[in-house]
Design a protein around this ligand. Sequence first.
Ligand SMILES: Cc1cc2nc3c(=O)[nH]c(=O)nc-3n(C[C@H](O)[C@H](O)[C@H](O)COP(=O)(O)O)c2cc1C
Length: 192
Amino acid sequence: MNARLRLVADRAATAAPPPVEALHEEPGPDAARCLGLYAKLAAGVAVVTARGDDGPLGMTVSAVTSLSARPPLLLACLRDGSRTLAAVRARRTFAVHLLREEQQDLAGRFASPTTTAAQRFAGTDTRQILGVPVLAGSLAWSVCLTEDVRRYGDHHLVVGRVAAVHVGAGRPLLWHDRRFGSLTGPVPDAAG
Ligand SMILES: Cc1cc2nc3c(=O)[nH]c(=O)nc-3n(C[C@H](O)[C@H](O)[C@H](O)COP(=O)(O)O)c2cc1C
C-alpha cells in the first residue's frame, strides 16, 4: 500500500462511522443491482404448498432457510400477491418440500406464471398431512403451522413451526445465477 492510500485507510479506520439513520437516507443501489447480488446467492430449491379454497396450491421458492431448532422453525420469503401466500395466511398451515436434482421440471412448473394450480399438481403423487398437500418424491419435506407472516418490501417473511418432517436421500436441486444446478460427489444418505 502506498503512503497516500495508507493515509486514507488510516483515516477511514479511525473516523467515527456515520449514524445508521443517515445511511437509511442514502439512495443505495437500485433494484437491478440488488437483483444482481441476489442472483449470486446459491440456494436449494423448494416447493411450498398449502390448501386453497378450490384445491391445492403451490409455488417454487428458493428463499427458504432454517431459523431455529428449539422450537423448530423454518422461514420462507413469498412474494406479495402470490396465491400460495394467501392460502398460507388463511389456512395457517403449509408444507415445504426440498427438491432433488431430478425435479427441475417440477420446479419450473410450480414457478410458471401461466400454469394453473391444477396444472402444477397434475400427475403428482400427493397426500394430505395435517390438511396440507404433501408431494411424494422430494429430498425432504416438512409440514408447518404458520407462526408469523410479516411484510418486508415486496415479499412476506413467513415463519413456520415444524409439525411433521420426512428426510429422504439424494442430491438437492440448486439455484444460482438464475440457473438450476446440482452438486457433484457421492450422494448423501437420508440420515445426512
Ligand atoms: C428457482 C426459482 C426460485 C423462486 N424463488 C421464489 C422465492 O423465493 N419467493 C417467491 O415469492 N417466488 C419465488 N419464485 C417465483 C414463484 O415460484 C412464482 O412467482 C410463482 O408463480 C408463484 O406462484 P403463486 O402465485 O401461484 O403462488 C421462484 C421461481 C424460481 C424459478
